[in-house]
Each structure stands twice: as structure tokens, then as C-alpha cells.
Design a protein around this ligand. Structure first.
Ligand code: NAD
Length: 736
């Protein structure tokens, strides 16, 4: 039997073949064109070899079966389609269609080849890999294995039979939930949904799979047999009539109709369940071909897969600095943020010295990690030993001497220039001369804070978002004198704690907060105009934002908004804040409506389990416009455009230099409508010319804040894109 580059085959005395997928030189298996070719040939061989009675497929990588398809293969397919379509449109479409279905038809061949195949899922099994498992005749998973079809999250959908086999194994409602959310399932959950036949320990995996084959597993799938019944009954049946009307609302709730990939899932399931499997797979292939051509798919794959991976791998890291050997991190200020940073650092395997003004305050900061670890233990996501090991990494103390071995210190004390300066001097007195000092300030320019530190090359900003354990973005801020080594160490630190960094030049609000302030400020404008508050919140959500601007303002606190406004007016002049906005926020503060923490803000927060609701008094503050006279689409555009325009300004000013960072930063930092691919891709996706026209329209109606910038106007003349104008450096990271 032939082994190939990526697969080894062993046949035992019972005629059972064990196929092990193990890609050389990769930490994880992924499907590339080459792998699919080898897999295809392997299936043919198994069928041709009379000695083979059944086949087990597993992976040679510890803890993972596969991450799924190499998404760059898809973007590659799409690029060649774009290039070809001008010459010969029909042929280009045919090629794209064939490419889109390649994986699906190999899986179908396996499913109908006449010999039984069992997938032995030893670990993470995502996307195309899980679709392969679903095409097998039996599926055994290790207890720790996780699986799912996350394609919808990058703008596409499971196009290798996923939309057909899942709803043929489990009820339609659960199938659609899983497909539309792109959720990851534990082995037990997958078994509960009948997507997996057995869950066993890692050691028994292959033996159990072979047992299934020996006990006469059928090589004909239920849906290829005559008497097959769908788990939720036929689409056109009393049962179907119970299920399908609810699907539209589920779909709307998950997507607000913004994601072509999600829309295609509903169509594939609905249409596919009416017909036999081969026709169903053809339907899926057609929709897949269609979705691959959408702007949303192209933008989402680029930002949420390719760019994110490149940034995580250190696309912006200075190449001349050797990898830093980070062992100990000091954190000064064990408050809300410092406690969170200590937790993620300890989770990332670093030793942490957590300092506050006294022992009690330092201990309180460490207690935050204890609480989070206990939560993980109670959910079964960590063992008690693991929790203890993480906590043992954190030393809480008021003693600055404990920082003498630190490789990096992150300061997270009060947002007060003088307090920060004093802390900086105290740390500098004990810090090693090669160690790096970082501030987590959210508003004070790094360049000015660095003045309290003698060697300013070693001073940098690392700006976290709250809650630190859940927010995946960090902004690394370069002061004027920040050196390469500080940048490299900061990026190595961010990598160690498994967050995504963007590198930003020093400016008021850095990147994310600048854009977010525009979001909230646009909502203030709408309030002042008399747009009903519920309409404001809904427009933002329909535009694709995860949280409405008023709800977000309540989370970040309305007193903070007032503080920021006052600081802005102090530094930039009285005119820098709209007096109507100031009056609104001042009034809210005066009434004690400070946001969620006060139990009242733009919303009222009654005791649980009651839900928050918009404060009725808000409507009385401004004369309300009749809702039917408001252009709802335009409200959506205003939100997306004002943030995109701010992002464009940051690029024009050189605050952000790489469009990938603006895009990824906007999605991870403030949830900017992910289907757009981010703030800059929103502009590039519609075309600079169309964006400038949109801004001009909005500026004429709503004021000069929407005026396109000079650079945008210039780019619009030639149709230049941001990715064309500011080509990302070395953007060719490997998949997975
Ligand atoms: P916090 O008030 O919760 O915590 C500050 C901590 O610093 C307190 O525990 C305090 O005891 C300690 N501290 C004060 N002076 C000290 C000193 N001289 N020595 C040692 N410890 C001292 O504040 P926070 O919300 O955690 O913010 C901390 C920093 O992080 C600020 O610069 C803030 O702007 C920034 N930040 C906050 C957020 C946020 O959402 N809260 C987000 C990003 C950045």
C-alpha cells in the first residue's frame, strides 16, 4: 500500500486500514489542493484493494485532527477567478464552481464507495475536517475533542456537505443553530446531537473505531437507503410547518440579514432537505460558488483569517531584534485592569509580580484570578491543579524590590499624570537596565509619560481593553522615542498572552477609542435630532454592531464620557466638543445616570432576572421626530461611515500605518460590523469613490464631520484602495 507525503496507511490482520494524516513541518493538518489530491487517491486505493474491509481515518497530531481548509486556498481560487472572468466569464464561473465543489465530491465518493470508513477524531476537528467525519460511516471522538463548522464566522459556509449532513443527523432547529452560529461543540454535546456515535478516551480511540468496523458497520448511509426519515420530518409536513416559520426569526436574530454566508445556509438546508443527497450537494455547491463571489466573503476571509493570523505571528515585529526570553512580568496597579492583566499573563505561563499600594490591595487584585480560575474549574474547563498552578505564578506584594528580575513592567495605576510619574520613578529605581516599561494609559500620550523615564527607548504603551480576559485586542503604542527592542518585547508579550496586537503611533485616543467615540457621538447627535432612542439602538444593531451605542456608553460609564469631554475641551479648546452633547452628558451625570454601574444611565437596570430597558425619560429630553419620517438606512450608514471615516483619518495621519491593523483592530476592539471586514475594508469594499459620495451626501445633511478627507478625495479620483495605497508589509503568513 502506498504512503504519501501527508498520509500513512497501515493494514492489520483483519483487513482494517488505519490512515493517519500527519502533514510534515506543520503544527496542524489543513486541507490544501495537494492534500485533497492525495486523499482522493487514497480512497481509490482503499476501494481497489480487495484485502481492505474497512478504513479508520485519524490524525498524527497530538490534540488535533485538523483546523479545516486552508482559507488561503479559497482566496487563491477567488483571485484566479477574478483574473480570468474578464477573458472568459463562463469558463471562469465553471472553474470556480468545480473548485468550490472539489472537497464535497471527494467526501461523497468516500460515502458511496461501498466500504465503511470511520473517523477517529483525536482532537480539534473543524470545518472541512468535520465535514469529512460527517461523510464517514461512523464517528468516534476522544473525550477532549472539539468540533464544529465555523465557516460562517469568516463569511462563507460549510460547503462540503455540512449543510446537508448535519440536518440529516440532528433536528433542523439544532442544525441551523449550530450552522448559523458556527459554534464549537464538545464531544459530548456532538454525541447528544447524534453527530458523533461514541466518545471514548484518547487511548481507546482507534480500537473503538476498529470495533465499529468489525461489528458490521453499514457502508450505506441512512440517507442513501430507501426508508430514510429526516429527524424533523419532511419540510412540507405538519412537523415541518412547526419548524420552518421560526427559522426566519432565528436567522434574522443571528445575522440581521447582513451575512450572505448565513443566508445561504438557510437556503441550502431548506432546499436540500427536499431532494436526495446528490442533488442536495449540487445545490450546496451552487450557493457556495455564489457566496465565494461576495464582497463580504472576500473581506471577512482577509481580515478575520489571513490578516489576524499575520498580526498574531508578528507581522509588525522588528526583524532585527532576537526573540525575547520573557519569564517575569511586573504589573503595578492591581485594580480593575491590572488584576485582569495579571490573570492573562499568568495564564500565558509567565511569572507575575503584582504590585499595589498595600498588601491588601495587591491581594485583592490576585483574588480576581482566583475567581476566574474557580469559574473555569466549575465549568470543567480547568482542573484544580491547573488553577493552583496559575495562581502560584502570581506574587502579590506592595514591595517594588520584587520587580528587580522583571523583563517587562506594565503600569496600570490611576489615570493621573503625577501618580503615573511617581510610579515610573519608583519602578525605574529597581528595574534591570535591559527591561522594558509599558503603560496601560488610555488617554495620556505615551511620549509625555515617557519623560519620567530616563531611557525613553525602553518606554512603550500597551493598551488593554476591558474585560481583559475576554477582549482579544491590545494596542501597542509607540512614543516618539520608543525603540525597536521595546516594540519587539511588547509584541512578544502580547503573543505570549494570546491576544492580537496592533501597533499605533501616539495620539489622543490611539486608534480604537477614537473610532468608538465617534460611534457614541453620532448617537448623541441622533438623540438631539429627536430620533427615538430605540431606533438609534436598533439601527446600530441592524448595521452589524454587537452593542448599541447607548448601551455601550452605559458600559463604559457616562461619567467617563463627561471626563473625556472636559479633558478634550481643556486641551483642544471649548469648540472641540459639541455644546449639545456636553449638555446631554452633563445632565445625565447630574441625575446620577452614570450607566450600568449606577443601575441607571441611558437604560434602566432593574434587579435580575428582569432585563434592562431604555430609560423612558430620555425621550422627554428632546422633541421626538415621527419614526416613519426617519430614514432608517441612513442611520445605519451614519454609524458605519463615521467610524470608517475616523479610521481613514488615522491612516492619513500616520497613526495607523497598516490597513490590516485598522481592520482587525476595529472588529476585535469595538465589534465593527464584522461582515464588512473592518473599518477600512468597509471603504475599500464599496470603493473609495462610492464612500466619498456617501460622505458628501451625509455631510450635506448632517454637517461637516462627514466631509471626506483630502486623501480620500484624491484616492476616489482614481479608484485607489487603502490596501493598494498602503500595501501591508510582508503579508504572506502561512495558514494554520
Ligand atoms: P483602578 O482604579 O481600578 O485601578 C488602579 C489601581 O492602581 C488601584 O488598585 C490603586 O490602588 C492602584 N494604585 C494607585 N496608585 C498607586 C501607586 N502609587 N502604586 C501602586 N498602585 C497604585 O483603575 P483601572 O480602571 O484599572 O485603570 C488603570 C489604568 O488602566 C488607567 O491608566 C486607565 O486609564 C487604564 N485603562 C482603563 C481601562 C478601563 O476600561 N477601565 C481600559 C484601558 C486602560
Amino acid at each position: 500500500m502506498m504512503n504519501s507525503e501527508n498520509f500513512t496507511i497501515e493494514i492489520d490482520g483483519d483487513g482494517l486500514a488505519l490512515v493517519t494524516w500527519d502533514m510534515p513541518g506543520r503544527s496542524m493538518n489543513v486541507f490544501t489542493q495537494e492534500v485533497m489530491g492525495e486523499f482522493d487517491a487514497m480512497v481509490d486505493e482503499m476501494v481497489a484493494d480487495a484485502a481492505v474491509k474497512g478504513v479508520v481515518i485519524t490524525s498524527g497530531k497530538t490534540g488535533s485532527f485538523t483546523g479545516g481548509a486552508d482559507l488561503k486556498m479559497l482566496s487563491g481560487m477567488f483571485e484566479s477567478f477574478e483574473a480570468k472572468k474578464r477573458e472568459n466569464h463562463d469558463e471562469a464561473i465553471r472553474e470556480l464552481f468545480d473548485g468550490a465543489g472539489r472537497m464535497s465530491w471527494i467526501w461523497r465518493k468516500l460515502e458511496t464507495c461501498g466500504k465503511p470508513f470511520v473517523a477517529a477524531i483525536n482532537g480539534t476537528c473543524m470545518g472541512g475536517g468535520f465535514e469529512l467525519a460527517l461523510a464517514c460511516h461512523g464517528r468516534v471522538a476522544a473525550t477532549s475533542a472539539k468540533m464544529g463548522l465555523p465557516e460562517v464566522k469568516v463569511g462563507i459556509f460549510p460547503g462540503a456537505g455540512g449543510t446537508q449532513r448535519v440536518p440529516r443527523l440532528t433536528d433542523t432547529q439544532s442544525a441551523l443553530q449550530m450552522l448559523l452560529k458556527g459554534s464549537t461543540l464538545t464531544a459530548d454535546k456532538a454525541k447528544g446531537m447524534k453527530l458523533i456515535d461514541a466518545v471514548v478516551s484518547q487511548d481507546d480511540l482507534v480500537a473503538t473505531a476498529k470495533e465499529m468496523l468489525k461489528s458490521g458497520l453499514s457502508a450505506v448511509k441512512p440517507w442513501d437507503q430507501k426508508d430514510f426519515k429526516l429527524p424533523s420530518g419532511p419540510v412540507y409536513s405538519p412537523q415541518g410547518a412547526q419548524v420552518w416559520p421560526a427559522v426566519a426569526s432565528l436567522y434574522r436574530k443571528e445575522t440581521n440579514d447582513n451575512y450572505p454566508g448565513a443566508r445561504a445556509i438557510v437556503k441550502c438546508v431548506y432546499e436540500g432537505l427536499l431532494v436526495p443527497m446528490d442533488t442536495a450537494l449540487t445545490i450546496e455547491q451552487r450557493y457556495f460558488t455564489e457566496v465565494l463571489q461576495t464582497t463580504e466573503a472576500a473581506m471577512m476571509i482577509r481580515s478575520l483569517f489571513v490578516s489576524m493570523q499575520e498580526l498574531n505571528k508578528g507581522a509588525r515585529r522588528p526583524k532585527n531584534v532576537p526573540a525575547s526570553d520573557l519569564k517575569t512580568v511586573g504589573i503595578v496597579g492591581a485594580g480593575f485592569m491590572g488584576a485582569g492583566i495579571a490573570y492573562v499573563a499568568a495564564q500565558g505561563g509567565l511569572d507575575v509580580v503584582l504590585i499595589d499600594r498595600d498588601q491588601e490591595a495587591a491581594d485583592k487584585g490576585k483574588a480576581h484570578s482566583r475567581k476566574l480560575m474557580e469559574g473555569l474549574v466549575s465549568k470543567g474547563r480547568a482542573t484544580k491543579e491547573q488553577a493552583e498552578a496559575v495562581l502560584a505564578k502570581i506574587t502579590a506584594t506592595p514591595d517594588y524590590d520584587a520587580l528587580k528580575n522583571a523583563d517587562l513592567v506594565v503600569e496600570a495605576v490611576f489615570e493621573d499624570r503625577d501618580v503615573k510619574a511617581e510610579v515610573t520613578r519608583k519602578v525605574a529605581a529597581v528595574l534591570r537596565k535591559d527591561a522594558i516599561y509599558a503603560s496601560n494609559t488610555s488617554t495620556i500620550p505615551i511620549t509625555s509619560l515617557a519623560e519620567a523615564f530616563e531611557d525613553q527607548e525602553r518606554f512603550i504603551g500597551i493598551h488593554f481593553f476591558s474585560p481583559v480576559d475576554r477582549m482579544m485586542l491590545t494596542e501597542v503604542i509607540l512614543g516618539e522615542k520608543t525603540g525597536d527592542k521595546a516594540l519587539a518585547v511588547a509584541l512578544d508579550f502580547v503573543r505570549a498572552i494570546r491576544k492580537t496586537p496592533i501597533v499605533v503611533n501616539d495620539t489622543r485616543g490611539f486608534f480604537a477609542n477614537r473610532c468608538v467615540l465617534r460611534y457614541m457621538s453620532e448617537a448623541y447627535d441622533m438623540l438631539v435630532e429627536g430620533v427615538p432612542p430605540a431606533m438609534i439602538e436598533n439601527a446600530a444593531k441592524f448595521a452589524g454592531m454587537p452593542v448599541g451605542p447607548l448601551a455601550l456608553n452605559d458600559e463604559t460609564a457616562v461619567d467617563l464620557s463627561l471626563k473625556i469631554m472636559k479633558a478634550t475641551m481643556r486641551d483642544m479648546g471649548e469648540d472641540s466638543v459639541d455644546p449639545r452633547h456636553f449638555k446631554l452628558v452633563e445632565q445625565m451625570n447630574g441625575d446620577g445616570r452614570l450607566g450600568r454601574k449606577a443601575g441607571k444611565g441611558f437604560y434602566d437596570y432593574p434587579a435580575k432576572p428582569a432585563k434592562k430597558s431604555l430609560w423612558p425619560g430620555l425621550k422627554d429630553m428632546f422633541e421626538q421626530q415621527p419614526a416613519d419620517q426617519i430614514d432608517f438606512e441612513e442611520l445605519k450608514q451614519r454609524f458605519l461611515a463615521t467610524m470608517a471615516l475616523e479610521a481613514a483619518r488615522t491612516m492619513e495621519e500616520g497613526v495607523v500605518v497598516d490597513p490590516r491593523e485598522a481592520d482587525v483592530g476595529s472588529i476585535l476592539g469595538f465589534g465593527y460590523a464584522p461582515y464588512t471586514g473592518g473599518t477600512i475594508s468597509y471603504i475599500d469594499g464599496m470603493g473609495t469613490e462610492a464612500f466619498v459620495a456617501l460622505c458628501e451626501k451625509l455631510a450635506a445633511k448632517h454637517g461637516e464631520r462627514f466631509e471626506p478627507t483630502p486623501l480620500l478625495r484624491e484616492m476616489a479620483k482614481t479608484g485607489e484602495t487603502f490596501y493598494g495605497r498602503f500595501p501591508p508589509e510582508g503579508s504572506k503568513a502561512e495558514a494554520a
